[in-house]
Design a protein around this ligand. Structure first.
Ligand SMILES: Cc1cc2nc3c(=O)[nH]c(=O)nc-3n(C[C@H](O)[C@H](O)[C@H](O)COP(=O)(O)OP(=O)(O)OC[C@H]3O[C@@H](n4cnc5c(N)ncnc54)[C@H](O)[C@@H]3O)c2cc1C
Length: 391
């Protein structure tokens, strides 16, 4: 078995690394995940990177040539791997890697013509509008309604945990179009302009991410914005989630944190001895490096399947679960190694690594499939209530 990338792909990796070296501010401590950026300068920088990647044609690397892409899922994979590892934001997960491919697969020609060029240029920001207060793990329980009327659907309901929706231009949603049908069968997939009258986006302040609620109050969504067939939104949603789960982004970010942790253990002395000399610490870190290789192979398998035209199915879920657990394991190890200083907030002069790990830790805890976003928020509030040091 040959695990190496082709010479052309390796040359592309080099090009990406040079780009990162040129663009990454030396003092950057922000997120590599575009939608997770904090408002203000962090987001402004992310937005500028989104446009820069667009100008280089890097949002559409995996798309077919007829839609302005280069037809290379491998290059797309390499770009994500490098960008997320180095935490340079700009890769557009929800627009270019989720919405774009799904429009190519299920969208009408008008939808492709309207949305793909804007996504490719990094002009439009997208948010995912799937989860609802009563529909998380059980996503097919969505209660948002879309009722056909004249030339549009009237949408009423509420979404929650929509990452970055307060800065997004568009959202893709699931809404119930046939309340009589069995629950997976009566759902449709729509594109909704967040500037439409009747849409309210509310930011949910929290320490982990940039979650939002989206409220729809009699929103008129043109019929042309239905993606795929009416009542067949579950198929389209499955495709979107498949693209989301196949990404290397979380694994790359966790790999970077593991490298950081290793450096920390090498540079830190406890009781006069370098942390790295402690056999328990060495053992823990070794296990994590082994786990890292295993989850990367799972992700490589998917890109290989995609590049050889094979349909990806359960393999994406395997990679997602293993990747999220790896992310958690790194974050848990970090909190233990950092000890009492671990829970200090970013910006505290006492916390190691600029407090970087607290955010990563909380994010990893939240990012596990089925972790239960509300539950994680409650745990964080409970932790704060225990009076952990705040720096
Ligand atoms: C970082 C992050 C970003 C997100 N971004 C978005 C986004 O942009 N757009 C969006 O739509 N959503 C987003 N979500 C929401 C995410 O998809 C949901 O968190 C997920 O679907 C789980 O739903 P929930 O949080 O409501 O948990 P719940 O479904 O309420 O689950 C709570 C707990 O109950 C357990 N549980 C649930 N059902 C069962 C069962 N039948 N049997 C046994 N145990 C069960 C779960 O495992 C979990 O431990 C995001 C979540 C995270 C963490």
């Amino acid at each position: 078995m040959d695990f190496r990338f082709s010479q052309e792909d390796e040359a592309f990796r080099q090009e990406v690394r040079e780009f990162i070296q040129q663009e990454l501010p030396p003092d950057w401590t922000g997120t590599g995940l575009l939608q997770e950026a904090k408002d203000g300068p962090e987001w402004e920088f992310c937005r500028s990177m989104l446009r820069k990647l667009g100008a280089k044609g890097w949002h559409s690397l995996a798309w077919p040539q007829e839609y302005g892409g280069q037809g290379s899922v491998t290059k797309q994979f390499i770009l994500s791997d490098e960008m997320y590892y180095h935490e340079l934001p700009g890769v557009d997960l929800q627009g270019a890697l989720m919405c774009g491919p799904v429009l190519i697969e299920y969208g009408s020609e008008e939808q492709k013509k309207e949305h793909l060029p804007k996504i490719a240029r990094g002009e439009a920001v997208w948010a995912q509008g799937f989860s609802e207060p009563g529909a998380g793990s059980d996503l097919a329980a969505v209660a948002t309604r879309a009722v056909e009327k004249d030339d549009c659907y009237i949408v009423d309901g509420q979404k929650v945990w929509s990452t970055g929706a307060h800065r997004a231009d568009w959202t893709f949603i699931l809404a119930r179009t046939d309340p009589e049908a069995r629950k997976h069968r009566g759902i449709s997939f729509f594109l909704v302009d967040l500037k439409s009258p009747g849409v309210t986006v509310r930011f949910l302040p929290n320490i982990v991410g940039t979650y939002c609620e989206i409220f729809f109050d009699g929103v008129r969504v043109p019929k042309e914005n239905l993606v795929g067939k009416k009542n067949d939104g579950w198929t389209v949603a499955g495709a979107v989630l498949g693209y989301e789960r196949s990404g290397i982004h979380r694994i790359a970010a966790a790999r970077r944190n593991l490298t950081r942790l290793l450096e920390f253990a090498q540079q830190t002395r406890r009781n006069g001895v370098p942390l790295f000399k402690d056999p328990v610490v060495r053992n823990r870190l070794s296990h994590l490096f082994v786990e890292c290789e295993a989850v990367r192979v799972l992700a490589h398998r998917i890109v290989w399947m995609q590049s050889t035209g094979q349909p990806v199915d359960y393999q994406a879920s395997m990679s997602r679960v293993a990747g999220a657990e790896f992310q958690q394991h790194v974050a848990q190890a970090a909190m233990q190694l950092l000890g009492q200083y671990g829970p200090l907030e970013e910006g505290s002069r006492w916390t190691p690594l600029k407090g970087f790990f607290l955010r990563q830790y909380l994010y990893a805890m939240a990012a596990t499939i089925g972790a239960g976003t509300a539950e994680v928020q409650r745990n964080i509030i409970a932790l704060r209530g225990l009076g952990l040091p705040r720096g």
